[in-house]
Design a protein. Structure first.
Ligand SMILES: Cc1cc2nc3c(=O)[nH]c(=O)nc-3n(C[C@H](O)[C@H](O)[C@H](O)COP(=O)(O)OP(=O)(O)OC[C@H]3O[C@@H](n4cnc5c(N)ncnc54)[C@H](O)[C@@H]3O)c2cc1C
Ligand code: SF4
Ligand code: SF4
Length: 477
């Protein structure tokens, strides 16, 4: 291990959360905090608005528990144990029984959800068929709190349905893990891929939790943002984040394509403010504004260790359908039966698809976490060296492609710092002007947009023949 950071913490474990954080490898899942006395101190937001475990904290078994630890089992290991007899195995989406594209027909799941409503439908179906007693998922915070969203254990269908919609906002698992450990029952947990991986790693060490976590429901994931994304949206709408009561990151509009996102803030005075993402200085998902640094070292797009996972069907004709359409990957045979039963009853409108279709809907995410990850791994860095399922590699990449990956890393790292400066000085324009400039560079290099695009295309013509560098750099979360 080339790292100078891998020293033995005092309790004899080989790795500590602080090292992961310093190495830019802590996603803030809270799994390590849940497992120790540090629960009392709890996960805290750092000065960039990202969750971090207490600095002095080094739980036993941490090296096998943290989803980014080089000593923990990887997604392939976990999925091999959990889905040993899976029908299919694909290098991008892992082991699975069946994959589908479609949406929920019954009730208002589709209208209420960010996509086709399948995530909330599955959680409710598990509750209503008595397969679980509660669902851990992310809901708006009701009491007056610094945070807008948090994980909650919902025990009724109404409560689960009230949590529909995607939250591009930091959350952490320690509270619901604690509640599941204290209260006997069977639970389903909804989460992004790294959280679901962390939970399975924790279950390997904790027999009580292993027995109680009955189902894991994964969300496909592009990256995680800090709390500052909402703050920045508020600034760009002429408001302060303190005035914000709730956020809908993706307001549904059936008259527009599903991938034309609009963010809507509900203010504490009851009024609302909205803006399309493409009018935000930091609204291009692919540019990586406020991205957690650990996402630079992620290789799981589709929650390969979850019993079932859900994403958006970013492929035509579905992407143009403002009502929202899911892609669904089912890995648990029991959940496949549950889904097929509802299909046969006409409650779900799902067509079976192959792995190539699913991969195609997430082309940008896979490119960033295969080719892009290989490139990032090939660059020298300090701290703990991540061990990924992708080998370091930069050979064969054209300079423009390398520039795109480098620009994303730059934008994601600097957005935290520039926003912090603007915040300290109470001067939003410092951030918004910087963000607009970076966006122009990013979109010039990536999509050949504007004068920067023309200049870059002249210098590096290799990918500019269609006026875009690549069809799979589309934004989309
Ligand atoms: C950070 C993030 C990044 C994503 N990136 C992609 C992507 O790149 N490509 C893609 O196809 N899909 C992505 N998704 C998933 C997508 O946005 C939808 O959540 C998914 O398609 C399910 O839609 P639905 O209508 O079926 O879910 P809904 O019926 O709207 O239910 C969503 C469920 O997820 C829970 N939830 C919401 N936010 C979070 C969160 N942050 N952590 C844990 N649980 C949460 C809710 O409580 C609810 O139970 C992302 C989601 C998140 C949260
Ligand atoms: S990623 Fe999760 S388990 Fe790892 S150090 Fe951070 S909070 Fe702890
Ligand atoms: S991109 Fe990967 S590491 Fe980042 S939040 Fe999503 S699943 Fe976690």
């Amino acid at each position: 291990m080339p790292s100078t950071e891998r020293q033995m913490p005092p309790d004899g474990t080989s790795l500590a959360p602080k090292q992961m954080d310093r190495s830019g490898l802590c996603i803030g899942c809270g799994a390590c905090t849940a497992r120790s006395d540090a629960r009392a101190t709890g996960m805290r937001l750092d000065h960039y608005g990202q969750f971090k475990p207490p600095a002095s904290h080094h739980p036993r078994g941490f090296a096998q528990l943290c989803p980014f630890s080089p000593d923990a089992k990887n997604e392939d290991d976990i999925a091999r144990e959990r889905f040993a007899s899976a029908k299919h195995c694909d290098p991008h989406i892992g082991r699975f029984e069946a994959a589908y594209v479609g949406y929920v027909r019954e009730n208002t799941f589709r209208t209420d959800g960010s996509s086709g409503g399948m995530a909330s439908w599955t959680a409710v179906e598990l509750l209503e068929t008595n397969l679980v007693d509660g669902v851990a998922h992310v809901v708006p915070r009701s009491e007056d709190s610094e945070l807008l969203f948090h994980y909650r254990l919902s025990r009724t269908a109404e409560d689960v349905r009230a949590g529909a919609k995607s939250r591009y906002y930091p959350v952490e698992l320690s509270g619901v893990i604690d509640e599941m450990s204290r209260c006997p029952g069977r639970y389903a947990v909804v989460g992004i891929p790294c959280f679901i991986k962390a939970l399975h790693l924790l279950c390997l060490q904790d027999p009580v939790l292993r027995e109680r976590v009955a189902f894991t429901l994964g969300l496909f994931c592009g990256h995680m943002k800090s709390t500052r994304f909402v703050e920045s949206i508020a600034w760009q709408l002429g408001e302060k984040v303190e005035a914000v009561a709730d956020v809908d990151f993706r307001v549904k509009d059936v008259t527009r394509p599903a991938n034309w996102y609009t963010a809507r803030l509900l203010l504490k005075d009851g009024s609302t403010r909205s803006k399309d993402w493409w009018h935000l200085a930091d609204g291009d998902w692919g540019a990586g504004f406020f991205q957690n640094s650990a996402c630079n070292f992620c290789d799981d797009v589709v929650a390969e260790t979850a019993d079932i996972s859900f994403g958006d069907a970013w492929a035509e004709p579905y992407a143009s359908d403002g009502r929202g359409t899911n892609v669904v990957v089912v890995r648990s045979p029991l959940l496949r039966r549950l889904v097929d039963h509802a299909r046969n009853e006409g409650r779900l409108e799902l067509q079976e698809v192959d792995s190539a279709f699913v991969v195609g809907t997430q082309a940008a995410g896979f490119r960033q976490r295969r080719e892009g990850l290989a490139f990032r791994l090939s660059r020298p860095r300090r701290g703990v060296t991540p061990k990924k399922r992708v080998a370091p590699q930069r050979a064969g990449l054209v300079p423009r492609r390398m520039t795109i990956y480098w620009l994303r890393s730059l934008v994601s790292a600097q957005s935290h710092r520039v926003f912090r400066l603007a915040r300290i000085l109470h001067w939003p324009a410092i951030y918004t002007r910087w963000a607009s400039t970076m966006l122009a560079f990013y979109q010039g290099v990536t999509y050949s947009r504007g004068w920067i695009g023309k200049l870059v295309s002249r210098i590096c013509p290799e990918m500019a023949d269609s006026g875009r560098t690549s069809s799979d750099d589309e934004p989309g979360a």
